[in-house]
Design a protein around this ligand. Structure first.
Ligand SMILES: [Zn+2]
Length: 164
């Protein structure tokens, strides 16, 4: 019985530990960041390929490589550059929409924060109208906190003649 309890406790403990530690260990790159990195990578590759084409043409013009090699490499490089450019075009709209989504999210957050700030402050209760009591005996004006008339000494409870 005790062993069952220990087993259950350790399973729950491990699950909790895993739950807490896992996000710290797992690489968590936001999706738009991933998209950005992919796009930058593609642009870099395209640039490198275009530079290689330029070098190849230069090499061909100065006679460093044969026409046969030039044609072969040139075709391969141009095809590669084309693929990169197509992929860039394919990825770019997604990146833009991701940006829009991010902006929208930020705007939403901003709005909700303002909403909290704009919450109406609790309205202070309106002050009670001052009740004035006049002494039934002598006509002296008394405040409700007074128990006896200051003039004639009559107890206020007995002279509770409220006028207002
Ligand atoms: Zn009085």
């Amino acid at each position: 019985m005790i062993w069952t309890a220990i087993l259950i406790a350790s399973v729950i403990g491990l699950a909790a530990l895993f739950y807490v530690v896992w996000p710290l260990l797992a690489p968590r790159v936001p999706p738009y960041q991933q998209q950005d990195d992919r796009l930058i990578d593609l642009i870099n590759r395209k640039d490198v390929t275009l530079a290689a084409i330029k070098d190849l043409e230069f090499d061909y013009h100065v006679g460093k490589i044969s026409e046969e090699d030039f044609q072969r490499f040139n075709e391969r490089l141009r095809r590669q550059a084309m693929i990169y450019m197509q992929q860039i075009e394919k990825h770019a709209p997604e990146v833009y929409s991701m940006d829009d989504a991010l902006e929208a999210e930020i705007a939403r957050q901003r709005q909700s924060r303002n909403g909290i700030k704009r919450k109406t402050a609790p309205v202070a209760p309106a002050p009670e109208p001052a009740v004035q009591i006049t002494c039934a005996h002598c006509g002296n004006t008394l405040s409700p906190s007074q128990k006896f008339c200051g003039e004639c000494g009559s107890p206020v409870s007995s002279v509770a003649a409220a006028t207002n």
